[in-house]
Design a protein around this ligand. Structure first.
Ligand SMILES: C[S@@+](CC[C@H](N)C(=O)[O-])C[C@H]1O[C@@H](n2cnc3c(N)ncnc32)[C@H](O)[C@@H]1O
Length: 438
């Protein structure tokens, strides 16, 4: 692809993301699936351009206001991003917008005026309000400010950069050194992660799906923080385990690997399509002790029938995903699923129902990828008030045996953030049921 053709593809994709009520990563994947003739390098370059514009959503829009109120379109956003964030001179950009075959149409008069106004500036500006500078939407700003206090800007700024690419070694297939060596043989450099004993942080964005290590199930793509939730579940070989909100099985894969194919893990979700994806991944990973169970809702009769039967129940609850903003920058601005109030009710109800599955002496693990205390500590407080037979197992105490690395030292609960830990933002609480049932 020529540089102009890449820009045109990015404009088309930005238009598609704008009108499609699905997450940007799904829209981007579908766009390339329908255009298999676009090679891997071009795909990566186009996707990076699109993600860049989405990542700089509020700051770019601020500049449109500041420059005198220009119309916001996919084209003008891209022009602004190229000048302000990529430092491309306006006259160079003008040449790429040549109107030639596959290239974008030539600049309109308005676009020439916009490019000239922005020329010589960079993205950040001292007059930008903090919420704009750190891309924080209004719906979350008050809650995050209240929680983080004077760390608000630091914590939010760390969510602006792209997330690193983390892998988890599937210990059923080999150890971490073997995985690092297998990747290195294919020219992929990676280093051990700080907190997860099975994690590898890879340099750049290499095409992993075509590597033998991936095809043989030796590695899985999984953020380090997510790996740690699997470890804190502390499921042992022989245990009976439920992953209540299993989705496509990211954490189920990690937990089942730790059980070394001994015992039983039931992966539940209300979306059967996701569970089917989980089943495929489990096969590739060589894990045979997992069954999938679609639920009609968190109150499915299956739950009542299996009351008190499980050693471990993980609730990886649906949430706002504020901890994954660097991975899904569009999710800050496009609330495609339920809003916060609805999520809080759902989380409460899922926790309440799933807790029935835990046997006396067993554990309930509640996790989210949210930074908001309303979805985390407050949910645990409400749960404990209603369920006095459960108590908190402090994460700091569990860490040495369950994880085995130096603990991040976040107290009773695991609370990770990109600014402090270099992982996505995650929360996890481990609750133990007393030996007599309620
Ligand atoms: C955070 S995602 C799970 C991610 C998954 N555990 C992983 O590690 O890949 C939350 C999941 O909860 C599921 N979910 C939503 N409502 C639910 C309910 N009422 N009962 C059970 N699962 C539910 C969603 O379909 C979604 O897959």
């Amino acid at each position: 692809m020529t540089p102009g053709a890449r820009l045109q593809a990015a404009i088309e994709l930005l238009d598609e993301v704008e009108v499609t009520p699905r997450p940007a990563d799904a829209v981007i994947s579908a766009f390339f699936r329908a255009r298999r003739f676009i090679g891997a390098k071009d795909r990566a370059a186009v996707a990076e351009t699109v993600y860049g514009v989405l990542r700089r959503h509020a700051r770019l829009r601020w500049w449109f206001q500041h420059a005198g109120g220009f119309p916001i379109t996919a084209r003008t956003l891209l022009i602004a991003d190229q000048i302000l964030a990529q430092g491309r001179p306006a006259d160079h950009l003008d040449k790429l917008f040549s109107g030639g075959r596959f290239a974008p149409e030539q600049f309109s008069q308005n676009e020439i005026r916009l490019a000239n106004k922005l020329e010589g500036h960079t993205l950040d500006h001292p007059d930008m309000p903090d919420d704009v500078a750190v891309e924080c939407p209004e719906w979350a700003s008050g809650l995050l400010r209240e929680f983080y206090g004077d760390r608000f800007v630091t914590e939010l700024a760390a969510l602006l950069d792209p997330a690193p690419l983390d892998l988890r070694t599937n210990t059923v297939k080999g150890d971490r050194d073997a995985a690092i060596a297998a990747l290195a043989a294919g020219g992929i450099e990676g280093e051990v992660t700080r907190w997860s004993p099975f994690g590898i942080r890879v340099h750049g964005r290499p095409p992993l799906a075509s590597t033998d290590a991936f095809k043989n199930g030796l590695i899985e793509i999984q953020d380090e923080g997510s790996q740690l939730i699997g470890l804190l579940t502390d499921a042992q070989p022989g245990h009976q385990v439920v992953d209540f909100c299993s989705g496509a099985g990211g954490k189920a894969l990690a937990i089942a690997a730790g059980m070394n194919n001994k015992g039983r893990l039931v992966a539940c979700d209300v979306l059967e399509k996701r569970l089917k994806r989980a089943a495929e991944r489990l096969r590739r990973a060589g894990l045979h002790n997992v069954e999938t169970r679609p639920l009609s809702s968190e109150r499915d009769p299956w739950v009542k029938r299996h009351k008190g039967k499980f050693d471990r129940v993980l609730v990886d609850a649906p949430c706002t995903g504020t901890g994954t903003w660097r991975r899904n920058p569009d999710s800050r601005w496009r609330l495609l699923g339920p809003g916060l109030e609805e999520l809080l009710k759902l989380q409460h109800s899922i926790l309440d129902s799933a807790s029935r599955l835990v046997k006396p002496g067993g554990r309930l693990i509640f996790a989210t990828c949210s930074l908001l205390p309303q979805e985390n500590e407050h949910q645990i407080d409400a749960f404990l008030a209603a369920h006095p037979d459960f108590t908190v197992k402090p994460v700091d105490e569990l860490w040495p045996t369950a994880v085995g690395t130096a603990s991040p030292g976040t107290g009773n609960y695991m609370r990770l953030s990109p600014a402090r830990h270099g992982t996505d933002g995650f929360f996890a609480a481990v609750l133990e049921r007393g030996s007599a049932m309620e």
